[in-house]
Design a protein. Structure first.
Lengths: 579, 655
């Protein structure tokens, strides 16, 4: 998974490598500074010439400047590498999602994709930056400081032999114990926040049923529970600090004792300069260990995000265009042969079964049926939004799986039930159907969809901005714009999946009449709740539980189908006489 | 994003040479001391014992970590005396006790550290939990208006982001500032004790450090804000595209959306890069200014020593190497803490801002309720007198205490009358004009009209989610302002178009309507609502877990459960606001039959844009721009050949 993500570094390899190089440089210089300072101190103590003193002082100053440059540059390059890496990951993930089929989208759900693209990638970026800066810096600092400490301090460094393993083990144990505790409490915490969100969203229900006290009680218990868990986890982590202190102080005591003995007995040429430097090294070593343990913890936390982002990248698009794909759709005829379909292999029940259907080019087909009768499922097979499980779907006499996907979907315009306009002008939205459409073509499509009238009534006409989610047009207007957008494609097959539910019956009738007059060669498939919307179709399908229960014209169905007649009567009762 | 508690760094108040240099520094942002005082006061209130103990422990450990220089000076002075003789045995008599005293103090300090870190863990989590509960409890009592006028995401962020910054403030910033200040004060004292001149040199350096970090930090803050905005744009785009991904697919719009995304993504990269570049460079720069300062102090010390300059100090000590060396260590400690302090400023400002928003939510005016008429279970004796009982009798009565001390009982029958009601959500924008509705017990009253005509508003007034501006609403002859809100709402069952289910099983969701309903009663209600059929076909039947507002159900199925939930509450008056809009007409007819049975003899308000839903109502009100323009039964309205007729024949669009 990690490897997969690291591929996203690409053009930011240079800054990544430069970061590493400069950090190494910075660390080396920084470990030499205490060493040189020790010399300076010894020189002061020995009372050397002033010029000699200045020379050493200048050397330290030079080293500090050099280290500053290295540090500054590595900071700069690491920012570039980190931000660049994140950009590439976002780019890859977004591109990947664009290649997804409906099946893949259903699998992840759009809200989870949003989180993966925002929060999770943010975490991954942080982890990467940390990895190339601190995760390199700390171990290096640790190693160099230890080397310097032993080279310079001799016996004084012996304390590290005990302290480093103790601290390392301690930190490791603490992290290992704390991690699962945190993980489980985070899950609980997320759930708690979900319930808060539910409560806010459902406030009308809460108040409507006077459930305020009940909700408070429920929340209080959950919050209490989480507080206990959080405290337990935090208290484990809180041990880090005293442990660190203990090691630091032990080192201090040991170095002072051992150092003064070594200096006074005059062995191994150690003087107070080294004593002072040893304390600095001690600090550097222990801090590096501490940072390392933090990195360990943070990386494990972000590993969850890494996994979630990796999943998106690893997902194989369920549908792709075949090789040597056919790039022309002959006509708008549709043929279902022995089609069985289920959404996932694991599903026990077929969502559609036993579908045999032939629709000639240019025909108008109406589909009605109750909730969950798989009306939408049926039509989604036509533009190959899903692949059939068994059997075949043919468009223009050719199996849909043999077409280039863009060709097929260019020829089949589908207005989805859960439709959406995008932020941008009305024109921009309409041009989704065909980027090269002229303004006249747009107006023409709008006229056909009965949208031109209200669009021109807006002060900005076709340049009116649609807000995100299309909230500034009414439901009926939105549906008509969506139909117009599909018409701009000049499709061979037009599918309306309950797309006029919010449009009044008269306009609905006008739209259908327009279809008949202006696009007679286009095959039209209309899913509707209202019988009136499908009544005049050449063929009406009555769907029930994933099967075509009845098929025929309005008159035939009135005779043969009890369901159809029942629905018809419900929708028209009382109105007939006045018509 | 709530992975807060792990961000807790190592020891607060960096004593070491590890200047973090992460995060933006505030450019000219001020600490809100009023808010700080309020937060501290609450802390003391919640934990009157633990907080002071923790503070004392923090101060002890801070003082202990400032100690070494004194002992070091003494040890080095001893070394100087004994070095020439090389007599360790003699020297150890002087040195060992000193070091052991230091060790003893350290032990004491470690105990203090253990105590304060443990205490802070308990205090922080307890405090946050209490804040969360207070916020949530307060929120339950807020009027619906609050939820209608604030974005849900914004309210939510009080519980996530703001609590997170508060956590940072309590667990990290405040203790570490306390500690840093204490250490700085101690070290400062010790420095002055040793040498005033050297202290001045060091202070000069620290001023330089603060200036530089302020400058760079300001640049960083600027770009962090820009990065935040760019991030917002990216998230907005991603959200829109992910939600519309199926439309993208249907229109083969992938390439175009990729190109648009690249533009936004590149802009984010630019800002993110700049913001992090500043922040990342700050760390090494500060660290190395520390190094330069270190060298400078050593040099100045050396110069003083060599030239034999006169020392000025509290202790009156002369310059010696035993002063210079501890001074070097103090340089590190001092700069480290100043640096740490300056880094905390940002999170303090942010934490206080978060605290302000949290307290703002708590300070919101709760929904007032002056009602005193309550709803009670009642028994009607044969002679017609009404008595109150505790068991559920299926009969309710309004218990109405009067100012003269008498008590009357009015049988709840569901007679709802609106008299010349005017209303507006905001002062100068009236929504309803002179609306009068009379719903007699057992009647079905329907409202039809375009979006924004005021249909839902009327129901909002009946259950007092909002209060009317003018006119009167009477319920069984009682002014609804006199009825306790809880009891009023208990007597009204509401099913909304936007169904909200809660995490839990299907059974639990239905039981939400009446908490003491038995399983059988819930199933009975589900059957009435026509929901039993699909529920039993769910993998877990009634025990199927619903999550994410019933994401695994269709909109129609969610509505059926919501209807069952209202049915189990068995209220005398029911309000159905587009309750069946997502249910196909055939199922709707089934639901309708069940509902009719349930609502026999009870009052129902129906809002629907599908005329087949309202056709069989006793009275249909046609609303237009806040006024009732037509009223009557279906037949009467058709005969009138007015707006309803036009709607019915399809000449008008309803939305």
């Amino acid at each position: 998974m990690l490897k997969r993500l690291l591929k996203c570094v690409r053009e930011f390899k240079t800054p990544t490598i430069l970061t590493l190089v400069f950090i190494v440089g910075e660390v080396i210089i920084e470990t030499f500074i205490p060493y040189t300072t020790a010399n300076l101190v010894n020189q002061i103590k020995a009372g050397v010439e002033l010029s000699q003193l200045f020379k050493t002082g200048l050397l330290i100053f030079g080293m500090a400047c050099l280290s500053l440059c290295c540090g500054g540059i590595s900071g700069f390059t690491s920012a570039k590498a980190g931000a660049g890496f994140a950009r590439n990951v976002r780019h890859d993930v977004f591109y990947k999602v664009q290649s997804y089929s409906f099946e893949n989208i259903d699998k992840f759900s759009s809200s989870s994709l949003v989180t993966r693209m925002t929060t999770d990638i943010g975490n991954v970026q942080m982890a990467f930056m940390m990895l190339i800066r601190i995760a390199v810096r700390s171990p290096l600092m640790l190693v160099f400081s230890i080397i310097m400490a032993f080279r310079m301090g001799g016996l004084m460094a012996m304390s590290f032999v005990v302290i480093i393993p103790v601290l390392a083990c301690g930190l490791f144990l603490i992290s290992r114990k704390a991690m699962p505790a945190f993980r489980s409490v985070f899950r609980k915490y997320d759930r708690l926040n979900e319930t808060i969100e539910e409560n806010i969203r459902g406030m009308r229900v809460v108040k409507g049923f006077s459930r305020e006290e009940y909700e408070k009680e429920k929340f209080g218990t959950a919050a209490e529970d989480i507080c206990t868990d959080f405290t337990r986890a935090e208290r484990i982590v809180a041990l880090n600090s005293p442990l660190m202190q203990l090691c630091l102080y032990s080192n201090m005591v040991f170095v002072l004792l051992m150092g003064s003995k070594l200096i006074i007995t005059g062995q191994s040429g150690i003087d107070v300069g080294q004593l002072s430097a040893m304390l600095t090294y001690g600090m550097q070593i222990l801090m590096s260990l501490m940072t390392l343990s933090m990195i360990y913890v943070m990386l494990t936390i972000s590993s969850e995000s890494i996994k979630r982002v990796g999943e998106v990248l690893d997902e194989v698009p369920a549908l792709t265009s075949p090789e040597n794909a056919i790039t022309e759709v002959k006509d708008g005829s549709i043929q279902f042969t022995d089609v069985n379909f289920k959404y996932s292999e694991k599903a026990k029940k077929f969502a559609l079964w036993d579908i045999d259907l032939t629709i000639p080019s240019g025909a108008t087909v109406g589909i009605i049926g109750g909730t969950g009768s798989s009306k939408s499922t049926l039509v989604q097979l036509i533009p190959r939004l899903y692949d059939v499980t068994e059997g075949s779907v043919k468009v223009g006499g050719v199996d849909v799986r043999e077409y280039d996907l863009d060709t097929l979907r260019g020829a089949v315009a589908m207005v989805l039930q859960k439709n959406q306009l995008f932020s941008g002008t009305i024109k921009e939205n309409l041009r989704w159907g065909n980027p090269d459409a002229t303004d006249e073509e747009l107006v023409e499509a709008c006229k056909l969809a009965q949208a031109d009238e209200f669009v021109t009534s807006f002060p900005d006409g076709y340049d009116t901005m649609i807000e995100q989610g299309g909230t500034n047009v009414s439901g009926g207007q939105k549906q008509r714009l969506c139909i117009a957008r599909a018409l701009v494609k000049k499709p061979k097959i037009l599918i309306l999946d309950d797309s006029t539910s919010a449009v009044d019956t008269r306009t609905d009738a006008l739209i259908r009449a327009g279809f008949k007059t202006y696009i007679p060669e286009t095959t039209k498939i209309i899913i509707a709740q209202r019988i009136a919307s499908v009544m005049e179709a050449d063929m009406i399908l009555v769907m029930e539980n994933g099967r075509i229960a009845q098929m025929g014209t309005h008159d035939e169905l009135m005779q043969s189908s009890e369901i159809y007649r029942e629905v018809y009567e419900q929708q028209t009762n009382g109105g007939e006489d006045d018509e | 994003m709530n992975k807060g508690p792990m961000k807790g760094g190592p020891t607060p108040g960096g004593k070491g040479p590890m200047p973090g240099g992460k995060g933006p520094m505030p450019g000219g942002r001020k600490i809100d001391f009023g808010m700080l005082k309020r937060v501290l006061k609450m802390l003391f209130e919640f934990y009157p014992v633990l907080v002071p103990v923790a503070i004392v422990c923090i101060l002890i450990s801070a003082a202990a970590s400032a100690l070494p220089p004194i002992f070091m000076q003494k040890v080095i002075a001893a070394i100087e005396t004994w070095q020439k003789s090389g007599d360790w045995v003699g020297a150890s008599k002087e040195i060992v006790p000193k070091v052991l005293t230091l060790g003893g103090m350290y032990c004491f300090s470690i105990v203090a550290v253990v105590l304060h870190t443990q205490l802070m863990a308990i205090i922080t989590q307890g405090f946050l939990s209490k804040m969360r509960c207070r916020m949530f409890d307060g929120m339950q009592n807020l009027p619906i208006k609050y939820f209608d006028t604030n974005k849900h995401g914004d309210i939510m962020s009080h519980y996530t982001n703001d609590i997170d910054t508060l956590r940072q403030l309590i667990s990290q910033s405040i203790p570490s500032v306390l500690q840093s200040c204490a250490i700085i004060a101690c070290v400062m004292g010790i420095m002055l004790y040793f040498s005033v001149w050297m202290t001045l040199v060091l202070l000069l350096g620290v001023v330089a450090m603060i200036l530089v970090s302020g400058r760079i930090g300001g640049g960083s803050a600027k770009y962090f804000i820009r990065q935040q905005k760019a991030m917002g744009r990216t998230e907005g785009y991603v959200q829109e595209m992910m939600n519309g991904q199926k439309v993208v697919k249907v229109f083969c719009h992938e390439e175009q959306s990729k190109a648009d995304f690249d533009k936004i993504n590149d802009a984010l990269y630019e800002d993110s890069f700049r913001a992090h570049a500043y922040a990342n460079m700050l760390g090494p720069i500060i660290a190395n200014i520390g190094n330069v300062l270190y060298a400078l102090v050593a040099l100045v010390g050396g110069v003083f020593l060599l030239t034999g300059a006169k020392n000025l100090s509290i202790s009156g000590m002369a310059f010696s190497i035993s002063i210079v060396i501890p001074f070097l260590n103090m340089t590190k400690q001092f700069t480290g803490n100043v640096n740490g302090l300056s880094q905390q400023i940002n999170s303090i400002v942010m934490g206080l801002a978060g605290a302000g928003r949290i307290l703002g939510l708590m300070d919101e005016q709760p929904e007032t309720d002056d009602g005193y008429v309550t709803l009670v279970n009642a028994k009607v004796a044969e002679d017609g007198t009404i008595t109150e009982t505790t068991e559920r009798t299926g009969t309710w009565a309004w218990k109405h205490p009067h100012s003269d001390g008498t008590l009357t009982y009015t049988l709840l029958s569901g007679d709802v009358r609106l008299n010349q009601v005017d209303f507006g959500y905001v002062e100068d924008k009236q929504v309803l004009y002179d609306v009068s509705v009379y719903a007699e017990p057992g009647q079905k009253v329907a409202f039809v009209g375009a979006t924004g005509a005021g249909k839902t508003t009327i129901t909002n007034l009946i259950n007092r989610f909002y209060d009317i501006a003018d006119g009167k609403i009477r319920y069984d002859g009682i002014n609804i302002n006199k009825i306790k809100k809880d009891d009023l709402r208990r007597s009204l069952g509401i099913v909304l178009q936007e169904t909200n289910l809660f995490t839990g099983t299907v059974m639990e969701n239905i039981r939400y309507g009446r908490l003491d309903a038995t399983n059988e009663e819930c199933i009975e209600a589900a059957k009435l609502a026509g929901a039993d059929d699909f529920i039993t076909r769910l993998p877990g039947g009634y025990d199927t877990e619903l999550t994410g507002n019933g994401a695994n159900l269709s909109q129609g199925q969610r509505q059926l459960i919501a209807i069952a939930r209202a049915a189990v509450a068995d209220p005398p008056v029911m309000i159905l606001d587009e309750a069946t809009s997502s249910i196909d007409t055939r199922t709707e007819a089934i639901v309708q039959r069940g509902m009719d049975k349930l609502m026999e003899g009870r009052t129902v308000f129906v809002i629907a844009h599908r005329l087949s839903t309202v056709m069989n109502s006793d009275v249909i009100m046609v609303l237009d721009k806040g006024r009732i323009i037509e009223r009557g039964s279906h037949e009467e309205l058709i005969a009138m050949k007015g707006t309803y007729y036009q709607l019915y024949t399809g000449a008008f669009e309803l939305e």
